[in-house]
Design a protein around this ligand. Structure first.
Ligand code: ADP
Ligand code: MG
Length: 658
């Protein structure tokens, strides 16, 4: 029985139209989504020449009978929706009936399909060949249930578009990233991606998303991620209902369902230079949504510096009626019925996860300190063929990761990570520069042979409570407090620790309109540049609420009479200059809340205990206690790490005691 029909014109007209085939990865996306919609449990993708020469995808889904296979290449032919009403309730990834005809019009396409219908008159399979949109061949063929589509010579008949394709390796990396992320979204399915003779990804079915992350990226990456899980009954958002006088006798109030978010976000010490490692799925669909991006930025506010990004793999699930997928031709944008509700829910759930974990950067050993490039959640493009395949097939193996070469980290300390360049960006692990600057690494090379000690891939635990039980031992160069608890050695950067304490205090006092200030002995006269004085006018109210009393003193000169408590007079001028410049640089994206945060961060930075300052024991104790009370003790307001921890286990390992 055929399932596919051509949508009536009035329905087709309601569909967001546009070009879906931009590059090989967009072909893969459409075909992959079709396989998932067909209920496939195994999907195998084969790529040649970055997809320019061949994209082949085979699934064991429901397949198609002959009539459907023919119809599938008509525009707006789909089995997934029937009328305009269905557009409001899309539960499948596809619904526009445009992908197959579009792809077939710009390539040489071959479809082999057989329906999995079990009725007695099960049809034999069908093979169809189309080139540049022209039907060349339709044949009956004995085939197992499922569908296999090969797309050769993409854009062979549209040279202008072909010219825009990037290098084979770039196109391949887009495909690899896409397939990897669909594999992450569907841990219960088997995915394979091969490029020429290389197995790039082989992921057999597993039960949980965490197991899939482990399978695809390895333990090291999994340890850098925090699981997020939250559910919110949508009833709390209220649902549109007809007014009581319009309700029939048998009217039933709509069942609102739940808004659910789960997945992973990275610990604050993981910092990416762009958004390439942020992946959000809404009802199984990979999307790029500004609202959610914004919610994530908000969740990481003052945990990550504003110019870096976390690693995010989030799955948002909600009733289909809550989300409109029909807003963008390639369905990468969606619209939520209750935008603000979804935004706040994502922000709060991620924020709560980050707060709960309150992790501290671990003391980094050389193996951790070295890499400057690391997987941006993209699979390894130089994978090891059969070895990788074997490793990937067993979900829990000992080697660190399929994405890394299969040697123990201590043997190949650094080069392995560099294999990721191209698709990957440089990573600034916040703990790294500090560990290097301290020359901590050689110190740990206690075996005297100068080689790196093996990395300890131990998960970093949330440890705020143990911060409170720290006993300070002393200072290193009057700058770093050394402290212990019963299971670790801690190194605390005294300046940033105090900065974090003050930052939260200023924000709190500001919210209660009780910022402490001090009167300067003499008004401080400061000259501003043109742009500084423009910004000053904009934010002078807020400055006043933060303890500044400032009066104009000539055209571009101001006189500061009062400043926030703790900032020395000689620092006030520098602080104001820096603050005004900073706000000026980010003027476009500033709102009041951000201005407030900037001011608090700036006050905290200038009022905090400096480095190279001897501290008495009771001062150190006080600082550690205060730090333990902060909401976010692990990073300073600019995103730098506050504490490093070296666990007893690592120390014992370094001394070869275990
Ligand atoms: P859409 O996915 O929007 O419906 P497509 O052009 O991608 O449109 O596919 C058209 C139709 O072809 C689908 O509705 C589906 O019925 C059928 N189809 C496509 N790919 C497959 C597949 N791998 N297995 C089974 N049916 C498929
Ligand atoms: Mg489709």
């Amino acid at each position: 029985m055929g399932k596919i029909h051509v949508l009536p014109e009035h329905v087709a007209n309601k569909i967001a139209a546009g070009e879906v085939v931009e590059r090989p990865a967009s072909v893969v996306k459409e075909l992959l989504e079709n396989s998932l919609d067909a209920g496939a449990r195994r999907i195998r993708i084969h790529i040649e020449a970055g997809g320019k020469k061949l994209i082949q995808i085979a699934d064991d889904g429901c397949g198609m009978v002959r009539d459907d296979a023919m119809l599938a290449f008509e525009r707006h032919a789909t089995s997934k929706i029937r009328d305009a009403e269905d557009l409001l309730n899309i539960a499948t990834l596809g619904f526009r009936g445009e992908a197959l005809p579009s792809i077939a019009s710009v390539s040489r396409l071959r479809l082999e399909t057989a329906s999995n219908e079990t009725s007695s008159q099960r049809e034999p399979g069908t093979m169809i060949e189309i080139a540049g949109g022209r039907l060349l061949k339709v044949e009956e063929a004995g085939l197992p249930p499922g569908t296999s589509i090969s797309v050769r010579d993409l854009f062979f008949n549209t040279p202008a578009r072909k010219k825009f394709l990037r290098s084979e390796s770039t196109e391949l990396s887009h495909i690899a990233s896409l397939v990897t992320h669909y594999a992450l979204a569907h841990p219960d399915k088997h995915f394979e991606l091969h490029s020429a003779a290389n197995a790039m990804l082989i992921a057999s079915p597993v039960q949980t998303h965490a197991e899939r992350v482990y399978q695809v990226f390895g333990k090291e990456i999994l340890d850098q991620l925090l699981p997020v899980a939250a559910t919110l009954p949508l009833a709390r958002a209220g649902l549109p209902e007809p007014p009581p006088w319009r309700r029939d006798d048998d009217y039933e109030a709509p069942v609102p369902g739940d808004l659910r978010v789960h997945g992973f976000v990275s610990r604050p010490e993981i910092q990416k230079l762009n958004r390439n490692s942020m992946f959000v799925f809404v009802n199984g669909r990979l999307v790029r949504d500004r609202q959610i991006q914004h919610a994530l930025t908000e969740a990481y506010r003052n945990i990550l510096p504003p110019t870096v990004y976390p690693v995010v793999l989030l799955f948002l699930d909600m009733p289909p009626a809550e989300v409109d997928a029909n807003v963008h031709p390639s369905k990468v944008e969606v619209r939520f019925r209750q935008q603000a509700f979804v935004h706040d829910f994502v922000r709060d759930s991620v924020r709560a996860t980050l707060m709960k974990a309150r992790p501290v950067p671990q003391f980094t050993t050389e193996i951790h300190a070295q890499p400057t490039a690391s997987p941006a959640l993209s699979p390894n493009l130089h994978s090891q063929g059969l070895e990788a395949q074997a490793a990937a097939m067993s979900p829990f193996r000992d080697s660190p990761s399929t994405t890394l070469e299969l040697c123990p980290p201590a043997v190949v300390p650094t080069i392995q990570r560099l294999a990721f360049d191209g698709a990957i960006e440089v990573e600034a692990n916040a703990a790294v520069p500090v560990a290097r600057g301290l020359e901590a690494v050689p110190l740990m090379n206690v075996d005297g042979c100068g080689g790196p000690i093996p990395a300890v891939a131990e998960p970093m635990n949330g440890d705020a409570p143990s911060l409170a039980s720290l006993v300070p031992l002393g200072q290193l160069r009057d700058s770093f407090i050394l402290a212990v608890d019963d299971s670790s050695l801690w190194i605390v950067d005294q300046h940033v620790a105090h900065e974090r304490v003050l930052f939260e205090r200023v924000l709190r006092q500001r919210a209660e309109a009780q910022v402490e200030s001090q009167r300067l002995l003499m008004p401080l006269v400061i000259e501003l540049t043109v742009s500084q004085s423009a910004i000053f006018t904009d934010i002078s109210d807020e400055l006043q609420r933060n303890g500044f009393e400032v009066e104009p003193f000539g055209t571009r000169t101001i006189a500061v009479k009062t400043a926030p408590a703790g900032i020395e007079a000689c620092d006030v001028e520098r602080m104001l200059h820096e603050l005004l410049d900073e706000v000026d640089r980010e003027h476009q994206v500033m709102n009041l809340e951000k201005v407030r945060t900037r001011i608090a961060a700036s006050i905290a930075c200038h009022a905090a205990i400096k480095v190279n300052m001897p501290l008495e024991r009771n001062k150190m104790e006080w600082l550690l206690r205060e730090l333990a009370l902060t909401e976010c003790p692990m990073t300073c307001p600019h995103g730098r790490p506050v504490v490093l921890r070296y666990s007893l286990k690592e120390i014992q390992k370094a001394f070869k005691r275990i």
